[in-house]
Design a protein around this ligand. Structure first.
Ligand SMILES: Nc1ncnc2c1ncn2[C@@H]1O[C@H](COP(=O)(O)OP(=O)(O)O)[C@@H](O)[C@H]1O
Ligand SMILES: [Mg+2]
Length: 269
């Protein structure tokens, strides 16, 4: 397959020199669980002792503030020397920055051209008081477009973590995202198959609601590691809506899935 030249992504700028490693949590598709994985992995990495910042780059659908229980907070500015710096929100051991923290109301629609969205993201990289970070985790918007390319041009991404569901239409879209990252020379840390299976609480039967095998198929086809499979669980959805990520809620049977993936990511050298 021919490589396509997407521009200046091979030698990216570094707008976040304060971060040792930058992780892009990404997928070709929406609704597959990027934000849920981003928030839980960030908290799991913080629990491992790392300094973690989470940047919500999905400016048109910023969900991480609700998932982390800071949806009522609004942007704060620093004082003194830091008066031009935005102070990120903080919860569950991680720093959080999202366009949602700048909106007058939580349902204010953001009707921005992509050039404006990109300027906002650059500002969040440069003008937020992140401090020193071991990991800057970026919750990416769906697709393979402007934001993905700009992030790859402006940041040395350490690793892209690809989220998919097991189903074929997800694998199709996600395959395109994997190829984009491979073409622009971003290393892919692995695939997380989310909503992999459902165990009925009443009879213990397993149902493959979104099909089966998408993660394995992508891993094999693109030579990428399958980091883990996270089941479809009502608690994951409920806790996300409540602003308490399962990893922070210490639900061991759910947390273990994210913690294992966080450990594997921490082992990537
Ligand atoms: N493993 C899971 N089990 C149950 N619900 C999930 C799971 N992962 C994500 N969800 C729910 O699915 C919806 C979409 O997930 P989200 O993380 O917002 O996806 P994305 O960021 O890719 O659009 C959310 O309501 C979330 O709570
Ligand atoms: Mg999202």
């Amino acid at each position: 397959m021919a490589n396509i030249n997407y521009g200046s992504t091979k030698n990216p700028n570094n707008r976040a020199p304060y971060a040792k490693k930058i992780l892009a949590i990404t997928s070709g598709k929406g609704g597959v669980g990027k934000s849920t994985v981003s928030t839980n992995l960030s908290v799991a990495l913080a629990q491992l002792g790392f300094k973690v910042g989470l940047l919500d780059a999905d400016v048109y659908g910023p969900d991480t503030t609700r998932m982390l229980g800071v949806e009522n907070e609004r942007i704060k500015w620093g004082e003194g020397e830091k008066e031009n710096k935005m102070i990120p929100s903080f919860n569950y051991g991680i720093k959080i920055m999202s366009v949602a923290l700048t909106l007058p109301e939580d349902d204010t629609p953001l009707v921005w051209r992509s050039s404006v969205a990109i300027s906002a993201l650059v500002q969040f990289l440069e003008d937020v008081d992140w401090g020193e970070l071991d990991y800057l985790v970026i919750d990416m918007p769906p697709g393979t477009g402007d934001v993905q390319l700009t992030i790859a041009e402006e940041l040395p991404i350490f690793s892209a973590i690809i989220v998919t569901t097991p189903q074929v239409v997800s694998s199709d879209d996600v395959g395109r995202a994997i190829r984009m990252y491979q073409d622009i020379g971003v290393s892919i840390g692995g695939i997380v198959e989310n909503m992999s299976y459902f165990i009925a609480p009443d009879n213990g039967n397993r149902y493959d609601i979104f099909g089966k095998g998408g993660g394995e198929y992508l891993a094999k086809r693109y030579g990428v590691k399958l980091l883990g499979k996270i089941p479809l669980l009502m608690d994951i959805r409920e806790l996300g809506d409540m602003g308490t990520p399962p990893v922070a809620d210490k639900r061991d049977e759910i947390s273990q899935h994210y913690k294992k993936i966080a450990k594997d990511i921490a082992d990537i050298s």
